[in-house]
Design a binder for this molecule. Structure first.
Ligand code: F6R
Length: 356
């Protein structure tokens, strides 16, 4: 299998036709801009009227909800549920805040869940760049956070996540996030200089990881709580950007099933790269489990182990540092395979065929 040289700058220009790498570089700026788009929507919520929060969306538009759930799990007094389907759970009613997120505004499952929320009298907020969702919401008098269009939804995580974080924090459902957001932006701006295409692999962790992963199958392990969703984010970014398969699971659950599966077939297990996403905030027993699993169990089966560490102090910074490394790695992996990281032809084809 050909390996395309990640130090060849002209290669990025040829392959990355829709500027995915530029969008990734801009993530901290996008997160900062999202604060203004949120404020412009002027959302006012009465905390006492919210018994649960349901974020409904798919794919790149659902990930903001996942991040919110992981981040807020130990901070928010009401449950946060992420819904990826046509209808909402039975408990949704007038005491529910439903956040309908669709970057394009045209995803049929999200539009259907939006109508379900309306039928049940839930409080609704829409986050979108336009499309049918925006039109419907304006028609219905529903608050809309409108974000700029022109990106792939998975590259608009800042636009789609930050409004959710701020809306909950403004409502008093989460403590103030100003300090954590400030630290996160500063950290990502520092990280991007080391991770950008102009930085050679010997100083660029993302390029080194992409080189390692070339020709292999990544299995990403994270941990319940803060990093839980990040393994899945890495997986979906590798799927969509690098157009290759990847799998994800998290501790401690994977210790109760997946570790047994590393035995056979040997020739396939030998092709796996187990990437463990490590946060200094992990429960000490999780850390111990990670060490025992990688040192004693998975490595003896012939696969390779790679550890990737979160950076920063706050919960938000740790989460986004891991997300950011994964976004870069998946795009470099696309380039290493000689692919443009942006197009998702199969998703588009499927949506078209369903609409016919
Ligand atoms: C494409 C992507 C997809 C979309 C999904 C839903 O970059 O990430 O997973 O996010 O097909 O579409 P939207 O986000 O427009 O509702």
């Amino acid at each position: 299998m050909d390996f395309f040289n990640l130090e060849d700058e002209s290669l990025f220009k040829t392959l990355d036709k829709s500027n995915m790498l530029r969008a990734i570089y801009n993530l901290p700026d996008q997160m900062e801009e999202a604060v203004f788009f949120t404020r412009a929507a002027n959302v006012r919520l009465d905390k006492s009227q919210i018994k649960q929060v349901v974020v409904t969306g798919l794919g790149g538009s659902a990930v903001g909800g996942d991040l919110l759930r992981s981040y807020a799990g130990d901070k928010c007094s009401v449950p946060i549920v992420v819904n990826r389907g046509y209808s909402l759970p039975a408990f949704v009613g007038s005491g529910s805040l439903v956040v309908a997120v669709s970057y394009s505004g045209n995803t049929e499952e999200t539009l259907s869940a939006y109508h379900d929320a309306r039928r049940r009298g839930a409080q609704i907020i829409a986050i979108t760049s336009g499309g049918e969702l925006k039109q419907q919401a304006i028609r219905d008098g529903v608050k809309v956070v409108t974000v700029p269009s022109g990106l792939q939804p998975r590259a608009a995580t800042g636009y789609l996540f930050i409004p959710q974080l701020l809306i909950l924090s403004d409502a008093g459902l989460l403590p103030s996030v100003d300090q954590e957001l400030g630290e996160t932006l500063k950290l990502l701006r520092k990280m991007r200089e080391d991770l950008a295409p102009g930085t050679a692999a010997d100083r660029n962790l993302a390029k080194r990881l992409a080189k390692k992963l070339h020709g292999r199958i990544p299995v990403i392990h994270s941990a319940v709580g803060l990093t839980e969703i990040l393994g899945y984010r890495w997986k979906t970014q590798i799927n969509e950007n690098a157009q290759s398969l990847a799998f994800a699971h998290h501790y401690p659950e994977l210790n109760h099933n997946e570790i047994v599966g590393f035995d056979v077939p040997h020739e396939l297990v030998a092709k796996l790269d187990v990437i463990t996403l490590i946060s200094s905030k992990n429960h000490p027993q999780i850390q111990k489990r990670m060490e025992i699993t990688t040192r004693e169990l998975t490595s003896s089966s012939g696969c390779r182990n790679i550890d990737v560490y979160a950076q920063g102090d706050s919960d938000l910074a740790q989460m986004f540092s891991l997300l950011y490394i994964g976004d870069w790695v998946s795009s470099y992996l696309a380039v290493a395979y000689g692919l443009d990281p942006t197009p998702v032809d199969k998703i588009q084809l499927l949506k078209k065929m369903l609409a016919e």
